[in-house]
Design a protein around this ligand. Structure first.
Ligand SMILES: Nc1ncnc2c1ncn2[C@@H]1O[C@H](COP(=O)(O)OP(=O)(O)OP(=O)(O)O)[C@@H](O)[C@H]1O
Length: 282
């Protein structure tokens, strides 16, 4: 399903697309050998699309996310976000980031945590910011907004972190395994809330995950990566209707896409193991 792009971006930039062309990232290791974390990666993401990135551990998912976010530079190739360099996009406050752990400030209430970035970040040409209390209520945190993070479960803290990130109305949202520490049911509930928030904001999302069902449920497209060297081996379009309630996970159509992603992922794992064995890895 192709989603309509927002008519005007909050950051004032033109179009919330992402273009990665021929990106390569090599790390020098302590023994002076080189590890190719990303090898000639090409990826085009249309504005307003939800894209998941999945692949075996060490295949370069987080490296790709960091490069898109401007936190690392590729050794070769180019990256544009909203038509400009990642650093320019970050400076225009077009980028949002949700890490694996919520990283809330422990001495501030949930409400103060989520409103702090909107007070700190001065933005030009921005569309009005959402009512954060309303967003917290929609995320099921209505009764928790005046509590401190330590009084909340891990799932509630991560929900607050997601509200905080979406509250800035970023044009592009980068999410690095935000639900990895949560149990399956909390995870499913948060997927639903994330989709609700995304329906409102229509940010372009790049979401790193190890879960096949999570990738299929959330995404318009699933990018499958393989390691040694880190690269994209397939991009699978998920043509399922939205909204996608939990009941959809039981449907034959959903299982079809899960099977397709799992097959490609299995190949990526097998290739990674062969390449590792050839190099003498354990
Ligand atoms: N700063 C660094 N210095 C050296 N090697 C690095 C560095 N950052 C990442 N790597 C290596 O690059 C490869 C890709 O790492 P990356 O974290 O992008 O993988 P990933 O797919 O996100 O893994 P995971 O699923 O385990 O989080 C890995 O082999 C990792 O050890």
């Amino acid at each position: 399903m192709t989603l309509a792009a927002p008519s005007k971006l909050g950051s004032g930039l033109v179009d919330a697309s992402i273009d990665v062309t021929g990106a390569r990232r090599t790390y020098e290791l302590p023994d002076l050998s080189h590890l190719v974390a990303l090898h000639d990666v090409d990826l085009s993401i249309e504005s307003g699309t939800f894209v998941s990135v999945i692949g075996p551990s060490g295949c370069g998912k987080s490296t790709l996310l960091r490069i898109i976010g401007g936190l690392e530079q590729p050794d070769a190739g180019s990256v544009t976000v909203c038509g400009v360099s990642p650093k320019e996009a970050a400076a225009a406050k077009a980028l949002g980031f949700v890490p694996q752990t919520p990283a809330l400030l422990p001495w501030l209430t949930v409400l103060k945590n989520v409103t702090l970035p909107t007070k700190v970040n001065k933005r030009r040409n921005r569309t009005p910011l959402p009512d954060m209390e309303d967003l917290l209520r929609k995320a099921g945190l209505g009764d928790a907004m005046h509590k401190l993070p330590l009084q909340l479960s891990g799932g509630m803290q991560q929900r607050a972190a997601i509200v905080r990130a979406f509250g800035l109305r970023p044009d592009v949202m980068l999410m690095d395994e935000p639900f990895s520490a949560l149990d399956e049911f909390t995870r499913e509930a948060l997927q639903e809330q994330l989709l609700d928030l995304w329906e409102e904001t229509r940010s372009t999302v790049v979401f790193v995950t190890h879960s096949v069902s999570e990738a299929v449920r959330l995404s318009d497209r699933v990018v499958v990566m393989a390691p040694r060297p880190g690269r994209i081996v397939d991009v699978i379009d998920v043509d399922l209707p939205r909204p996608r309630p939990a009941a959809l996970l039981e449907s034959p159509e959903f299982h079809h896409y899960e099977g397709a992603v799992r097959d490609r992922l299995r190949e990526a794992f097998e290739h990674g193991s062969r390449a590792g064995a050839a190099k003498g890895d354990q």
